[in-house]
Design a protein around this ligand. Structure first.
Ligand code: NAP
Length: 283
């Protein structure tokens, strides 16, 4: 576990200096909150879970990777938070609804819709099953997760952070049309919900990651090299050239921005799309 840092609070008399605003340690703390993270077993989801545990949140972790769930629970619990794990397949609406029934008495305050898949396939070879599976996991699940959250939280309100992709803004890699539209849908859903439910106490925002080194993206790179998929290797080189920071990012670098959006630091941020992409979309 990382060393804990003590944030110094001002002496009581100094509180007037803050003009009545909440103090920074309270704004960045997630103590007393429950956060639901999907796709928590791996990559970005795992990093978010660990940072939230460190910041004091209790966790509801959802994934289809049972072993990964156990590993992340073991890694998060030493921070002193409560961790509940759910082996749930987001491709099925019935599984999503039954998951929400299971947690109905202890709803989360915050949900992070992170789980997603990015299988490559030539547009002309995409069949109905493949297409529907991508849409179910990447887009429809986010639709049903948000609907359950908003319906059940009602007047209590809450915070939603959805994970889209830079591919929704600039479809750059070949063979990802199905993926790009699923992630563009996540952006549209985010904006719609931000508009419809902002006045009802819900903050809804979206992150656009790009070039983050995770087990998912590492497998893709290995596959492209081992199968000598030259068109993907060439695109990979062009892709790297657009990263103005000159390197791929770490999952934790996405997690930190998500913590900002999920916290009161972002209390006036609504319906926005924040790229965390090493500069990819900036040039
Ligand atoms: P990852 O390492 O593959 O992790 C995704 C997790 O989601 C895995 O544990 C996976 O389980 C789980 N999952 C997949 N299908 C599921 C389902 N039907 N139900 C429940 N859980 C499921 O992915 P990542 O790279 O961290 O990406 C996380 C999110 O960021 C995704 O939405 C992705 O599209 C987005 N994103 C990532 C990047 C990047 O550069 N990494 C860029 C843009 C957007 P299994 O491992 O068992 O499949």
């Amino acid at each position: 576990m990382e060393k804990s840092i003590t944030i110094r609070k001002p002496h009581k008399l100094d509180i007037t200096l803050n003009n009545g605003f909440a103090l920074m340690p309270d704004i960045i703390s997630f103590k007393g909150k429950r956060t639901l993270i999907s796709g928590a077993s791996s990559g970005i989801g795992r990093a978010i879970s660990l940072r939230l545990a460190e910041a004091g949140s209790d966790l509801i972790l959802l994934d289809i990777d049972e072993i990964g769930l156990k590993n992340i629970k073991d890694a998060a619990e030493p921070y002193g938070c409560r961790v509940d794990t759910y082996n749930t397949d987001l491709a099925k609406k019935e599984s999503i609804d039954s998951f929400w029934e299971d947690i109905a008495n202890e709803l989360p305050d915050i949900i992070i819709n992170n789980a997603g898949i990015y299988p490559f396939k030539d547009y002309l070879e995409v069949d109905k099953n493949f297409y529907e599976n991508t849409l179910e996991i990447n887009l429809h699940s986010v639709f049903w997760m948000c609907q359950n959250f908003i319906k059940r939280r009602g007047a209590k309100g809450g915070v939603i952070v959805n994970i889209s992709s830079i591919e929704a803004m600039i479809p750059f890699k070949e063979d990802l049309a199905h993926y790009s539209i699923s992630k563009a849908g996540v952006m549209a859903l985010t904006r719609s919900l931000a508009k419809d439910y902002g006045r009802k106490g819900f903050r809804v925002n979206c992150i656009l990651p790009g070039a983050i080194r995770t087990p998912g993206t590492e497998n893709l790179v290995k596959k492209a090299i081992s199968k000598m998929q030259l068109h993907l290797i060439r695109t990979g080189i062009n892709f790297n050239a657009r990263l103005t920071l000159g390197r791929w990012g770490k999952p934790d670098e996405v997690a930190k921005v998500i913590l900002f959006l999920a916290s009161d630091m972002a209390s006036y941020v609504q319906g926005t799309m924040i790229p965390v992409d090493g500069g990819f979309l900036s040039c």
